[in-house]
Design a protein around this ligand. Structure first.
Ligand SMILES: NC(=O)c1ccc[n+]([C@@H]2O[C@H](COP(=O)([O-])OP(=O)(O)OC[C@H]3O[C@@H](n4cnc5c(N)ncnc54)[C@H](O)[C@@H]3O)[C@@H](O)[C@H]2O)c1
Length: 348
């Protein structure tokens, strides 16, 4: 058996995960995947009712009892400091050492791309976002808060181990998939200390992979080229914050946030899979959010678990629905969240 921990979270995380689960249950039957699902209600609702964010013991039992985690999205305006979201999602990313945030950027149909004269094969790369350090470690402080003399500092942490392992992960991914280049992106022209570490690590690691061409772009130039010539890229590796930002841009190349999938990978332990988008509170509960990012995320999870045929079947079914305009309004269709899942299931 392959037990899967399912955490829908908040807002449209709940909506898309509900529909994604129907698709997963269908492939589970059809391909006899032996998946078992256990749902956890870790969310703003639970936090507001019980004061619980990530329950005690979760970081122990998740890797022990489960093969993977399927996550929706988290964030709720009733928790303005996003405390529960930080505890739950960052808590798992950091606590389970999910250091490689893998975000494939693949265009399923040219009509989804806002750029002109772009073919599906022109947008096909993967962003490897460092997922456990950088600007997301919550280091810093505030002094004289609320006064005219207020001072705030926000620090980034980059470790030799953390930077090196994500760069190695990017090169290993390129090697495994027969790709010929890896682009590292930073802002080392102004962020000298962290940038210097990234530069040195990239140079050292790339020397171990002579068959793969290393390339470097400052993150501002990266965004420009992603729009002007997305064909340039095969694998991009970057830090936590830049990875967060450039993958929203990358999602736009694929048709928007509703289409983007991701995996938070610990190559030596349990991994967590989630769509790139957030909880979009104004859209929650209205049957309007696009479930395809979540469904493609489930396919990524199956592939990670070695279930390649069901993963490919899901991707094929989603692509066929896109082709036939069986989609939600964000990508030009007229269907609701539930009806898109129906269409995917029918094609399976
Ligand atoms: N991994 C996560 O759980 C995650 C990621 C990003 C943001 N958040 C949280 O989500 C909350 C809302 O953040 P936000 O509004 O900046 O980002 P968001 O991704 O929730 O939504 C931004 C916009 O993208 C579009 N969108 C997103 N997902 C879509 C979908 N499935 N279908 C159709 N359109 C979709 C909508 O137009 C939406 O208004 C915040 O609390 C934020 O902290 C969580």
């Amino acid at each position: 058996m392959k037990p899967i921990a399912v955490i829908p979270g908040d807002g449209i995380g709940v909506d898309v995960t509900r529909e994604c689960m129907r698709v997963l249950k269908r492939v589970n039957e059809k391909f006899a995947c032996a998946l078992e699902f256990v749902e956890f209600d870790w969310s703003a609702d639970k936090y507001l009712k019980e004061g619980v964010t990530l329950p005690a013991g979760a970081l122990d039992f998740l890797p022990k009892d489960f093969s993977a985690i399927l996550f929706g999205a988290i964030g709720d305006p009733r928790v303005p400091d996003n405390r529960h979201a930080a505890d739950i999602l960052l808590g798992m990313r950091f606590g389970l050492d999910l250091y490689a945030n893998v975000r494939p950027v693949r265009l399923l149909h040219e009509k989804l791309c806002p750029l002109k004269n772009v073919r599906v094969q022109d947008v096909n790369f993967t962003v490897m976002r460092e997922n456990t350090e950088g600007a997301y470690v919550n280091a810093g402080g505030v002094f004289k808060k609320g006064t005219a003399d207020e001072v705030a500092t926000q620090e980034e942490i980059h470790t030799r181990k953390g930077v090196e392992r994500i760069i190695v992960y990017a090169f290993e991914h390129a090697k495994k998939h027969g790709l010929s280049k890896v682009c590292m992106s930073d802002k080392s022209n102004v962020m000298l200390y962290a940038g210097g570490l990234w530069q040195r690590c990239f140079k050292e690691v790339s020397a171990r992979y002579p068959e793969i061409k290393p390339n470097h772009l400052y993150v501002d130039a990266l965004t420009l080229i992603m729009v002007r010539k997305p064909t340039e890229f095969q694998v991009i590796v970057t830090n936590n914050m830049f990875g967060d930002i450039v993958t929203d841009l990358a999602a736009a190349l694929q048709g928007g946030l509703g289409m983007a999938a991701s995996g938070n990978i610990n190559p030596n332990g349990i991994s967590l899979f989630e769509p790139v988008h957030g909880s979009a509170p104004p859209m929650a509960g209205k049957n309007i959010s696009n479930p395809m990012g979540s469904i493609l995320t489930a396919a990524m999870m199956l592939d990670h678990l070695g279930l390649h045929d069901p993963a490919a079947a899901i991707e094929k079914a989603v692509a066929a629905c896109v082709e036939a305009d069986q989609t939600t309004v964000d990508i030009g269709g007229t269907l609701g969240t539930h009806e898109v899942a129906d269409a995917v299931i029918a094609r399976l």
